[in-house]
Design a protein around this ligand. Structure first.
Ligand code: NI
Length: 278
């Protein structure tokens, strides 16, 4: 890969990470605790490897999965697996780079037309305030919220779609980062890592069991429960769930290569890490 493309990819993920940890300091604390533990095994380890980074959006042509994915395709990523979430009314695609030390990117979009006029008018209002030129800049991926949002509308949206409410409140930014358990040297498996995170005082999402997926499905995932953050709305400051931190372990396929896809049933439960009710 050209040095220039490599630098642009790293700058892009650094920007997403800086935004993500700024409003989810818990993720940075967990990252540092795991990194310290890794260094007890190998002091030369300088960073943890990400399995994937997840982004959320709406299915309008100008800002859907493919519009956001274009930023990654331009940097050498390829569109790979597609996923459908019937109940949550979401569609997702993942993007992969041939350099397997680079995170996969999981982008989902809300299927707007399947929702009520309330959700549709919110999406239109958001869309009307964003130009295509803005979306075509990579910095759109961490542009946060540019519109006025009220807590009253947030609560109405929540009743219909936690996902719609999240994007309305937080805007465009990374929903979560995911540590690659395969690359860890001081933890032998996901249960051991989960035990470490729990012992440090962080709650895990137990929707669908603490570990989603099985070795037979070639992917196991777990995640923290989203940390609450104080967010400014037009009708006051309110505390709402922000983002979670995920951990993933992949298993080899028949050809010996690690499986690189996602399991829709597991991702469905992982989405619930940002649920207000948990
Ligand atoms: Ni994920």
């Amino acid at each position: 890969m050209a040095a220039d493309a490599q630098k642009r990819i790293h700058d892009l993920f650094d920007s997403l990470w800086a935004d993500y940890t700024a409003f989810n300091p818990q993720a940075k604390r967990i990252y540092d605790l795991i990194l310290d533990n890794e260094r007890t095994k190998d002091p030369s380890i300088r960073a943890l490897v990400n399995d994937h980074v997840a982004l959320r959006t709406f299915d309008l042509p100008k800002m859907g999965v493919d519009a956001l994915g274009a930023h990654f395709v331009e940097l050498g990523y390829k569109a790979c697996g597609e996923y459908v979430f019937e109940e949550k009314k979401l569609f997702a695609r993942h993007f992969e780079h041939e350099d397997k030390t680079l995170p996969k990117v999981f982008i989902s979009e809300l299927e707007t037309k399947k929702f009520s006029p309330l959700v549709q008018s919110m999406v239109k209002e958001v869309s009307d305030q964003i130009t295509e030129a803005e979306i075509k800049k990579p910095s759109f991926l961490w542009s946060r919220r540019k519109w006025q949002a009220s807590h009253a509308t947030y609560q109405k949206l929540l009743a219909e779609s936690e996902y719609a409410a999240w994007v309305y409140a937080f805007g465009f930014r990374s929903n979560h980062f995911t540590i690659s358990v395969n690359h860890l040297k001081s933890f032998k498996d996901l249960p051991e890592l989960n035990g470490f995170v729990r012992a440090k005082g962080y709650a895990l999402n137990t929707s669908g069991g603490e570990i989603k997926g099985t070795p037979a499905q070639l992917l196991e995932q777990s995640s923290t429960l989203a940390e609450k953050t104080r967010l400014e709305f037009s009708d006051g400051v309110h505390e709402i769930p922000a983002c979670y931190y995920e951990f993933a372990r992949r298993y080899p396929q028949a050809d010996g290569k690690l499986y690189q896809g996602f399991i829709a049933a597991s991702a469905d439960k992982i989405f619930e890490s940002t649920n207000v009710r948990q």
